[in-house]
Design a protein around this ligand. Sequence first.
Ligand code: ADP
Length: 266
Amino acid sequence: MALIILKLGGSSITKKADNKFEVDYDILNRSAQEIKNALDQNPGLKIILVCGVGPFGHTNVTNYNLNGKIETLKQEEGVEKTKKDCAYVGNETVKALKGVGIRAKLILGTDICIQNARKVVSFDLNEYKKCLEEKIIPVTTGTMVPDQSFKWSVMSGDQVIAQIAKKFSPEKVLMGTDVDGIFTADPKIDAGAKLIELITKENIQDVLTKCGESKSVDVTGGMKGKLEKLASTLNGIPAEIFSLFVEGNLENALLGKEIKSTKIKL
Ligand code: ADP
């Protein structure tokens, strides 16, 4: 099965850099159109979509102090707001896909994942299987999920990818973000940063020491957190990180064409 796990990063489909609770509809709608174009050219393609939520997750988690145990009424309110806000991003994504004629369905992380001290202990994949059989693109965002120790905890989009990749053996993992890939330093801070085109077992440790966290509010570790999570879960599955701000990148990446990016082969 030609399955691709596609992540639309919060830095591209939301106004993460401006810390605004807003969806970036230019990027989201164009991404939906590019997915449609790729599916039209390769109807056998199966996609599981994972969305970052930018401020809808990270800023709420910071404002309401949701990183540890959930004990106060204010934190409970924060959990509810975060779940609602993350579901909003997921729903807008489903709407964007449906708008270009793609069948899509939101699968809420809160309904299928249980964690213990922020580590996944169970993740129900049945809904994903059903969607793939019915040619529906499942969409899941990072959100708050039930936690056996903390009551609720953050489950990032990158954790969703890890779970799905482990069980479905996708052909590849594509991650769209707001920069061309992984650089020798944060390209938003260091103008001399150079794109690293290929990450393998040989250079990953070196890359991790150079990689910074997100410049925006990010409670899941930004680019460094992303690479660490990928490194521990890819297990031979190729991954590619690229910019969703460059028109055509997503369509070409889905079709396996060469684009400016960082490829990961571990
Ligand atoms: P997303 O929300 O799309 O998943 P993140 O905000 O978590 O993405 O990570 C992307 C950000 O990571 C970039 O906007 C960039 O500023 C920052 N970053 C830090 N270090 C690096 C690096 N070495 N290479 C690329 N990006 C980096």
